[in-house]
Design a protein around this ligand. Structure first.
Ligand code: HEM
Length: 405
């Protein structure tokens, strides 16, 4: 029996990675992927085991997909700014707790709920810009700008700076995930430094941040008193993690609903709550497919011995399709089981800080798109292009059409 090949950026797996994940779970649940020198953990039970044992599985370099040292040219540019880590995602133990406690104090469920009118208005305004056109690339016209305007508004960043945030975030991610040409990484490093300086300027002069979350964080630094650099990393985490994930969920969710008309009908006639739809779109095509952990002490997982320094990829996208945790996981079903054992937001101490905000945005935006764009349907097949990424699943382009009176 041959070992399955994990290659989510190949054409075949980009189109449909799920048969490969099924065979990995069945035959090789901790699979060594040689190119990236990483062990891919695909079963729901094993993913949970790793996430709940942060002492054995460190979050240092949790977003770094490419192995190997950084080029000197890139290091030189980065030396002009502040270290990118430890940030929330890539920290452990007491360091992580310090950061998380400080941000939890200002990012409360009550505050998130109060943002709903602003979120709805942001979605309405953006849809108003293209509703009369009858067709659009929904990724460019809505799925990118919507969560970025939301996160910018929440933080107190002026809407005019949103295009900068998009470019900087893209660069930070490219740099943190690793890989690519050195010249491109140098540019990404420059953008990252520009983003650091921008956020630092807001923190040092909180008046510029209006009444947003940046001003709140600067005023209430938590019981341990985070310094400006720590806060700057927290704010960058919020900006980056807070939009690319929602962008991908919107694209993935629209395609899942349009390809399953009976499920869309159930959402439209109100027989299923929008909350259940959100859980199922996140489970079915998880926007964050996987992130990384580093083994700190000898252990074993699914019968495989692990040594300190081994790198694991915890595969949320596969765990969410594991029939050991959920019956018929390859069926898109927004019915009562939606949300059961769902791991798209991770689990344990690093579980998504913005899950409530993400759910709210998706619950508002997706039904609104169907309300405002009558007869919404998929455009031509060549108007759909997937992002070629190992850690994420989404679209670069997604053309949709609808009726215009
Ligand atoms: C559908 C959208 C989203 C998805 C699928 C998602 C997914 C995730 C996942 C899987 C993790 C866990 C990382 C790990 O275990 O290493 C995470 C962490 C995180 N997310 Fe989200 N996220 C989303 C939206 C957001 C939003 C809107 C924000 C904030 C505005 C946000 C902020 C964060 C932060 C700060 C962390 C790090 C938490 C920690 O390490 O303590 N996310 N997210």
């Amino acid at each position: 029996m041959t070992t399955p090949t994990f290659d989510p950026t190949s054409d075949g797996q980009l189109a449909d990675p799920y048969p490969t994940y099924t065979s990995m779970r069945d035959r090789c649940p901790v699979l060594h992927e040689r190119n990236r020198n990483v062990l891919v953990v695909t079963r729901h039970e094993d993913v949970l085991r790793v996430l709940h044992d942060p002492a054995t599985y460190s979050s240092e370099s949790a977003v770094k997909a490419a192995a190997g040292p950084e080029a000197d040219e890139v290091k030189q540019v980065l030396a002009e700014g502040w270290s990118l880590t430890p940030n929330l995602t890539e920290s452990d133990g007491a360091e992580h707790t310090r950061l998380r406690v400080a941000v939890n104090r200002v990012f409360t469920p009550r505050r998130v709920a109060a943002w709903e009118p602003f979120i709805r208005q942001t979605a309405e305004d953006l849809i108003g810009r293209f509703a009369a056109d009858g067709e659009t690339d929904i990724i460019g016209s809505f799925a990118w700008p919507f969560p970025l305007h939301v996160v910018a508004g929440i933080l107190g960043i002026p809407p005019g700076d949103v295009p900068l945030l998009r470019q900087w975030s893209h660069s930070w991610l490219r740099l943190s995930v690793g890989g690519g040409e050195v010249a491109e990484r140098v540019e990404c490093a420059r953008d990252t430094i520009a983003m650091q300086n921008y956020v630092m300027a807001m923190l040092r002069d909180p008046g510029t941040a209006g009444e947003g979350l940046v001003a709140s964080l600067a005023a209430d630094r938590g019981p341990d008193g985070l310094d400006d650099v720590e806060l700057m990393r927290v704010v960058m985490n919020l900006i980056i993690a807070g939009h690319v994930t929602v962008t991908r969920s919107i694209g993935n969710g629209l395609v899942s609903l349009l390809e399953h008309p009976s499920q869309l009908a159930a959402l439209r006639d109100g027989s299923v709550p929008a909350e259940a739809m959100v859980e199922e779109i996140l489970r079915f095509e998880s926007p964050v497919q996987g992130l990384f952990r580093t083994v700190t002490r000898p252990t074993e997982l699914a019968g495989r011995p692990l040594r300190p320094g081994d790198r694991l990829m915890v595969h949320f996208g596969s765990a969410n399709r594991d029939d050991r945790a959920l019956a018929n996981p390859d069926t898109f079903d927004i019915g009562p089981r939606a949300g059961r054992n769902m791991l798209a937001f991770g689990h344990g101490i690093h579980s998504c800080l913005g899950a409530g905000l993400a759910r709210l945005q998706l619950r508002v935006a997706i039904p609104l798109l169907f309300d405002r764009l009558p007869g919404l349907r998929l455009g031509p097949p060549d108007g759909r292009r997937r992002e070629r990424l190992v850690i994420a699943r989404g679209y670069d382009e997604l053309r949709l059409c609808w009726e215009v009176p």
